[in-house]
Design a protein around this ligand. Structure first.
Ligand code: B12
Length: 215
């Protein structure tokens, strides 16, 4: 009897043995011929969910998790530059994206940043562990049309309530990630983005078109 294989089995086999070359080839194969947003939806997010599941079941070592995160990050950046993502027109709106101080879970935020770039938005990605004051300074300097801040726990937002309220006063502020519920959003003066990263990109693009016009 033939055993059914999952599309990510080859990738996991390579990751299990820390075979970076084979894992990169597998990821390239899975990304081949599809737009970046398609690769995020069908390859990266399911793969990251596998990582989460394995972590929860205690069958993924810290070394494997770090190895996987760096592998996925490299592939996302390579795939974006191969598709010339991130070269938005001068008239396109700018969005600043970051995780607050103390928050290191930035992989999904990176996916969202690159998918926004794919839609022509000019993305300024600050990544993990960024103080809110620094995010605000960057948003002002870059004349950002919106700011997205992502966090795993609601306390990464509520422990900076006054700084976030000031930021939200300055420009449209969205919070996202597992810690971004409606109540927290209200407390910090932000709008909560949907949990689905692909839909969140559509919401953001719609909102940007509404405030900045089409680009
Ligand atoms: C990978 C990982 C890490 C990596 C992060 C790598 C990186 N650069 O992102 C590293 C090693 C850095 C890390 C560190 C820690 N981690 Co960690 N980590 C995880 C893990 C295994 C996977 C997270 C992930 O990527 N999941 C896959 C994505 C696709 O799913 P998701 O995160 O649920 O996100 C969904 C939605 O929320 C949404 N979403 C998420 N972000 C965003 C952003 C935007 C813009 C949008 C629109 C949507 C969106 O999209 C997804 C849709 O399916 C989870 C376990 C798990 N089951 O998730 C723990 C987990 C998140 N970590 C946890 C913890 C406790 C830690 C540490 C404190 C551990 C420690 N003792 O050192 C540290 C420090 C964290 C810190 N200071 O921020 C806890 C968080 C618990 C909590 N709620 O507080 C978890 C849940 C594990 C656990 N059960 O204990 N971690």
């Amino acid at each position: 009897m033939e055993i059914a294989t999952q599309p990510r089995d080859g990738l996991w086999a390579a990751v299990d043995s820390f075979d970076a070359e084979a894992a990169e080839l597998e990821l390239k194969r899975l990304f081949h011929g599809i737009p970046l947003s398609g690769a995020v939806a069908t390859v990266v997010l399911p793969f990251l969910r596998d990582v989460g599941d394995r972590w929860e079941r205690g069958v993924l070592s810290v070394a494997h998790e770090h190895f996987v995160s760096e592998l996925v990050r490299r592939q996302l950046v390579t795939a974006s530059s191969e598709r010339s993502i991130g070269t938005g027109q001068d008239t396109a709106p700018v969005v600043v994206l970051a995780c607050p101080a103390g928050e290191r879970h930035d992989m999904v935020l990176l996916c969202v940043a690159l998918m926004l770039g794919e839609r022509g938005v000019r993305v300024r990605y600050l990544g993990a562990d960024t103080p809110i004051g620094a995010i605000a300074t960057a948003a002002r300097a870059a004349r950002a049309a919106a700011v997205v801040v992502a966090g795993t726990r609601s306390t990464v937002f509520t422990s900076h309530t006054s700084a976030l309220l000031r930021l939200a006063d300055d420009r449209p502020l969205f919070i996202a990630g597992p810690g971004a519920d409606e109540r927290t959003a209200e407390e910090v003066g932000a709008m909560a983005l949907t949990d689905d990263p692909v839909r969140a990109v559509a919401v953001l693009v719609g909102e940007l078109a509404r405030v900045s016009g089409s680009w």
